[in-house]
Design a protein around this ligand. Sequence first.
Ligand SMILES: O=P(O)(O)OC[C@H]1O[C@](O)(CO)[C@@H](O)[C@@H]1O
Length: 531
Amino acid sequence: MTLQAAGRVRCDRTAAWAALQAHYDAAGRGFDVRDAFAADPQRFGRFSQEAPHVFADLSKNRIGADTEALLLQLARECGLEGWRDAMFAGEAINHTEQRAVMHWLLREPAPAVPPAAPEASGAVAAGRRDVHATLQAMLDFAERVRADDAITDIVNIGIGGSDLGPSMVTKALDDLCHPGKRLHFVSNVDGAELGGVLRTLRPESTLFLVASKTFTTAETMTNAHAARAWFLARGGSEEGLQRHFAALTTNVEAAAAFGIQTTFGFWDWVGGRYSLWSAIGLPIAIAVGAEGFRGLLAGAHAMDEHFRTAPLERSLPVRLGLLDVWYRNFHGFATRSVAPYSHALRRLPAYLQQLEMESNGKGVDAEGETLPFATSPVVWGEPGTNGQHAFFQMIHQGPDILPVEFIVLREPGRDLPEQHPRLVANALAQAKALMQGKASDDGHRRFTGNRPSTFLVLDRLDPPSLGALIALYEHRVFVSGALWGINSFDQWGVELGKVLAKDLEPRLASGNGEGLDASTAGLLRRLAPGG
Ligand SMILES: O=P(O)(O)OC[C@H]1O[C@](O)(CO)[C@@H](O)[C@@H]1O
């Protein structure tokens, strides 16, 4: 599909792009957030945004009203609204794989269709028919596992999108998790991970979930076969396998060939990194129950509706996505640090790394033409306050500008709530210090300030708020990807390494480097037994 046929215009081919460059040269480069606050008493209100379950303060960023107006013009000239509507209409916007992009459909409440929803296309109508029956079957299964005292350990075997979402969410909702179920997530093909988990388990009290959209991913299949061998070697029977293994996949035939009959399916229109809302979310449903899982979906749906219906200038995913474009393409900021001030959200940065960098880490536009500008920032981070005692030195005083995104909960979690004010005060203090800086004659003690940050606030970390937060990030990635003119929904960049690993693995035994480059051949010899 050409960009033009899709009603899209690549950002650098718009009038707004040139206007933004001129605006950057004239005012953006030298923009000082402190001066902007002094000049505009309404700045906090102007640059904050309510969205379902999430409040965002963008006011400490290097943007003025004129910047945002131009960015919004850019979004309109790029055809963002049409592209967003195409996703919600079930068009095959993932054109390199000929697939619709409908993770949002998994979150629609059953059976109602939102009254203002656009006319359903074939893909949407078909999806609606399947989604709720599958969801109900999966939630019933989750409730049965929750009620089964004989099952104490659930092992999710999956990688990438079949691991990061459920792993992040179950940790985030730990306060609500079933106290009698231990969840384990095994992703790495390094046997140390599965081996370490298996050492703590008994086959009769363990449920393995083999989570793989394709059911072909080498790491997952290797670990699944090893888990099955472990189960059988410890007295488990082939019939027992049926009670102790379930598959979460779009490839039901491959799961059956593996010997698993209990399979919860999903569809090719759910991208791996967008799949925690599908059967891939089964570990979440076991942990927090059907009601909790439905709460997660409801929160995400509320954010979907916000994204689908809010005017661009009041849409939080749009405002954040535009800020990303402004920072990446005009200021040249190469990274965004994510700092959740919440131990429960400690895996959010890892989750976002896949969501953002696998979606928008592309160097060509939708037509395959090499892009003359940068795309996804490097997303990284650690929970606060830990990051403060590690890399915040560089964020405060290093020569690079590293925008930070703080995520803060108004209400404390279950444990030691009296420590919560200290946690929140630290987040506020970091954001303030970054912006304000500190004058000093001693360069070592000087803080230049004017260092940008965004502050996201959730009232509490419950399933709806978390669902909304994740959907917010999904749509924000959609926005910047739409402007960059790329396909945010494929991931061809992971393929080459997979193919080469297949060739190299058998060579490791002998160290045979024939036909390889000198470096790889040398390393092979060094890594071969006795090398
Ligand atoms: O769920 P699957 O098919 O095992 O894939 C796992 C992951 O591998 C990738 O295809 C590539 O790393 C991801 O996009 C995906 O989430």
